[in-house]
Design a protein around this ligand. Structure first.
Ligand SMILES: [Zn+2]
Ligand SMILES: [Zn+2]
Length: 336
């Protein structure tokens, strides 16, 4: 089969790999859609050194081979999750397999992932898709739809809320799309014009450019001085978290989805005197998959965030295109 291989920073090729064969609880999935994630870009493609596995963790496809499965069978349509989990620890049992205490590895980060024609995965890492869910929807569930949805549940966001979404990369675009679907008024903040336009298409009421002037002022003006009920940091940059904490109202909530190792906060102004709640998340518990599927059935337009489609043989072009930021979600689809 054909699959991608990252050779060094900014260097990726497509090569031949042996066809995978399932063992024990593993199954082989023929991929019908597989997305490139920001973490593939920043964690793998833009870091030095060869990555000796196939990248990619956001996929959807059809089971084509099994060994001794408990649940899945050939022909099942499935979406992938990233972690080869133990399945028995407290976090796995709570549905948070991504936080498994004894994971056996992560697909796309050490274990062969989904930027290939086929992937071999533990059936525990696969979610059976309802017939109503398309493969393109399925490859978006894992990160850009599922993570924001879980965040909105945790922050009890409703249609009465004004939500600021900072950063409109794929995760921010998903946050815009799901937030608008829930009925909230969404204001996106994004420096790249292409992504601001896409945010509007996905349901943002406004999309502002931080280069056009003080962001706190811009959002206050747009909301007649109201500010935000919820601020969602999706950019991984330093300033937006401070903007969000500043703009959120008393008893408001700030959620972090963008990865970042350090940030400055002002405990006195933001927490003591406004009683703001802050949280973060990087996944959804598996039992919410059903709710995600029903959201698609009810018309969630998240697939509109897909702007570019490539075959696995075009992996170099796909990654280079995504790196320009002039994209929404970039995905791999099979050769026609
Ligand atoms: Zn991802
Ligand atoms: Zn576990």
């Amino acid at each position: 089969m054909r699959g991608a291989r990252i050779l060094d920073a900014g260097k990726i090729e497509t090569r031949d790999y042996p066809d995978p064969t399932p063992q024990g609880e593993e199954v082989v999935v023929r991929l019908e859609a597989a997305a490139v994630c920001g973490s593939d870009l920043h964690g793998l493609y833009q870091t030095p050194g060869e990555k000796k596995w196939i990248p990619g963790h956001e996929g959807a496809g059809v089971v084509v081979a099994v060994d001794r499965p408990r649940v899945l069978k050939v022909g099942d349509r499935v979406a992938t999750s990233a972690v080869f989990s133990c399945g028995v620890c407290d976090l796995c049992r709570a549905g948070y397999t991504i936080y498994c205490r004894q994971p056996r590895g992560t697909y796309g980060f050490g274990l062969d992932g989904v930027h290939a024609e086929y992937v071999r995965m533990s059936e525990r890492s696969l979610l059976r898709m309802p017939d109503s869910m398309t493969f393109e929807q399925g490859c978006l569930v894992l990160d850009p739809v599922g993570t924001p949805y879980h965040m909105y549940k945790r922050t009890q966001t409703t249609s009465l809320h004004v939500v600021g979404v900072f950063g409109a990369g794929p995760m921010g675009l998903g946050t815009v799309c799901v937030g608008a679907f829930l009925g909230a008024k969404v204001v996106a903040v994004e420096p790249v014009a292409y992504r601001r336009e896409l945010a509007k298409k996905l349901g943002a009421a406004e999309a502002i450019d931080p280069a056009a002037g003080d962001v706190v002022r811009q959002i206050r003006d747009l909301t007649n001085g109201y500010g935000l009920d919820r601020a969602v940091e999706c950019s991984g940059e330093a300033e937006p978290l401070a903007w969000g904490l500043e703009l959120v109202r008393h008893f408001g909530q700030v959620a972090i989805i963008g990865e970042r190792q350090e940030s400055r906060i002002n405990p006195s102004n933001h927490f003591l005197r406004k009683e703001v709640t802050m949280s973060g998340s990087t996944c959804f518990p598996l039992q919410e998959f059903d709710e995600l599927a029903r959201m698609f059935e009810r018309g969630l337009r998240a697939a509109q965030m897909i702007t570019h489609r490539f075959t696995v043989d075009q992996a170099a072009e796909a990654y280079a295109t995504f790196a320009t930021k002039q994209t929404g979600k970039v995905i791999f689809v099979p050769k026609k």
